[in-house]
Design a binder for this molecule. Structure first.
Ligand code: IDP
Ligand code: MG
Length: 156
């Protein structure tokens, strides 16, 4: 089981798309184990996107990320990191495949609605940046044995 961090960026809130986007992750079978709304402080946005520092889109990206509240979510599931990235679609709204979140709801290359961790190490780092241990909830989803086949002992 993996955990991954999702940010529903300022445009997702402003365009009233939260429900539709969150529903996709619920319907896929992921378990939401953490969720909150916040205004990201500038220092946190710079840290979150530190790998892009120096690129021409970095400063506008920091301004975008801090321009309005976001919803921060941690979902849990088998291969969650890779699957969430697939569900998000390609970075640029203009290029993202139909059927993905960005492909269906975004046309902008910057205002692309959603962030998802891109590797196990960034997921771990990003989850601890945004959530305390107490804010991540451990509970047994009642449909677990129907979302996954656990009849042979493994989660399949
Ligand atoms: P990702 O969000 O798909 O992981 P990254 O390359 O990590 O994409 O870029 C982080 C964010 O920076 C993107 O989601 C987008 O909002 C913005 N961004 C990336 N490249 C560009 C660009 O060339 N022009 C404008 N904004 C960009
Ligand atoms: Mg990225």
């Amino acid at each position: 089981m993996e955990k991954t961090l999702i940010l529903l960026k300022p445009d997702a809130i402003q365009r009233r798309l939260l429900g539709k986007i969150i529903a996709r992750f619920e319907e896929k079978g992921f378990q939401i184990v953490g969720m909150k709304m916040m205004l990201i402080p500038e220092s946190m946005a710079r840290k979150h996107y530190a790998s892009h520092e120096g690129k021409d889109f970095f400063e506008p990206l920091v301004r975008y990320t801090t321009s309005s509240p976001v919803v921060v979510i941690v979902v849990k599931g088998k291969n969650a990191i890779e699957i969430v990235r697939k569900m998000m679609g390609a970075t640029f709204g203009s290029k993202a495949e139909a059927g993905t979140i960005r492909g269906d709801y975004a046309v902008s290359n910057r205002f692309n609605l959603i962030h998802g961790s891109d590797s196990p190490s960034s997921a771990e780092k990003e989850i601890t940046t945004f959530f305390t241990k107490e804010e991540l909830l451990d509970y047994q989803p009642i449909d677990f044995s129907w979302v996954y086949d656990i009849s042979e002992g493994d989660v399949v």
